[in-house]
Design a binder for this molecule. Structure first.
Ligand code: UDP
Length: 370
């Protein structure tokens, strides 16, 4: 017997946002999550040293979308943190994405100048060129540069991160970190960027704090719930919803090795990438994000691995034609249910950043007839 309650499965950003929008309109919502905490993979907490730890890896909020920004501003203020990524390439500390400043960090000045001039002649200033497209060069100097960037920035990092050859990684993924014909050292160019002042968990807690929302942690979704609720908003992986009947959707996972050091800082920046050395991809140092003061510091070395059910968490969908076909098979099946909606990185099997996950929840809400 259908009751008048909406069920949201998953208390990450996607679930929390759709729950809140429904609740604001007078709908009753039950939010369940199998984990013992809210905020999904954006979960953060202050450790015993007073440092805000991003349990599932660094989360940096950035958006150019006004709707997303004004929604979030109801629940939090942000600091003015603008993310930069340092990479260590052949011992030189430089900026990622590769840009005009990088040229001068890794090459002798005369060569850097020559390359800069050629780039300015061949490309529009401020343009972002995906690394694979940048490979298509005629000029010998630019060919040399393209090979250098491919080898030193892209090839090993991408192989470590995805566990396959870069040619088998979707172009949209690798285009996230292009060659940037600019002197802008920031990782993101969005209008709004920053870290929520009290952390992400607090934001999600506030989003869920509404008289029409009930939250139950440590609670698994069961198929029998389908007939018990008015609507279901499922932010888990769609293959799990259908008991993996067509097979499992592959994901990349990440293993973070945390270390605490008895000194103020470990490295010069919140995130340092190691595109050429070691098995880990990058090292995060958390105290930078909210400028936490402590005489200790906590870092995490990030090791990528395949997702295995029961062993680790899902982090990244792996977009490729085969996986998309499998996802679409599930989606097709989902069409038979008119009260079940899928959303979020796992529900949509899309590599959303936080702002895109929030936007998707807002847009889905706008489509629903209440
Ligand atoms: N990437 C790379 N070298 C780097 C950083 C990123 O080749 O130093 C590529 C790599 O394929 C990676 C993709 O760019 O998977 C996206 O990186 P991003 O930092 O956006 O990933 P996220 O922070 O979402 O894990």
């Amino acid at each position: 017997m259908l009751n008048d309650i909406n069920l949201v499965v998953g208390a990450g950003f996607s679930g929390a946002v759709i729950a809140r929008l429904l609740a604001d309109k007078g709908e009753k919502v039950l939010v369940i999550d199998k984990k013992n905490h809210i905020a999904g993979n954006s979960y953060d907490y202050r450790d015993e040293n007073g440092i805000m730890i991003h349990k599932y890896g660094s989360h940096i909020f950035h958006t150019s979308n006004e709707k997303v920004w004004s929604f979030l501003k109801r629940f939090t203020d942000f600091n003015q943190y603008m993310h930069k990524v340092i990479a260590i390439i052949d011992g030189a500390h430089t900026t990622i994405p590769f840009n005009f400043n990088t040229l001068y960090d890794v090459f002798p000045e005369s060569l850097a100048k020559r390359l800069e001039e050629k780039l300015l002649k061949n490309f529009e200033y401020n343009k972002k060129v995906p690394i694979l497209e940048f490979q298509k060069q005629e000029d010998d100097d630019l060919k040399f540069l393209a090979n250098y960037v491919y080898e030193k920035v892209f090839l090993h990092y991408t192989t470590k991160q995805w566990g396959v050859s870069p040619k088998d990684v979707d172009g949209a993924v690798t285009a996230r970190v292009p060659v940037y014909l600019s002197k802008d050292n920031r990782y993101f160019q969005d209008k709004y960027q920053g870290i929520p002042l009290a952390g992400y968990t607090k934001v999600v807690e506030k989003i869920l704090d509404h008289k029409n929302i009930q939250l139950k942690l440590n609670t698994e979704y069961k198929n029998s719930m389908q007939s018990e609720y008015k609507r279901i908003f499922y932010t888990g992986s769609i293959d799990e919803f259908f008991n993996y009947e067509f097979g499992t959707l592959p994901y990349r996972s990440v293993n973070f090795k945390f270390e605490t050091y008895d000194r103020e800082y470990y490295q010069e920046n919140a995130c340092v990438n190691y595109p050429c050395n070691y098995d880990f991809t990058r090292i995060h140092e958390y105290k930078y994000y909210l400028n936490d003061k402590s005489d200790k510091t906590v870092i995490a070395k990030e090791y990528s691995e395949f997702f295995e059910l029961g062993k680790n968490e899902r982090y990244y969908p792996i977009p490729n034609p085969q996986n998309t076909e499998l996802y679409n098979k599930y989606l097709q099946k989902a069409k038979a249910f008119d009260n079940v909606y899928f959303l979020g990185r796992l529900g949509d099997y899309k590599y959303y950043d936080m702002d895109k996950a929030i936007l998707r929840a807002i847009e889905l809400f706008e489509e629903i007839k209440l």
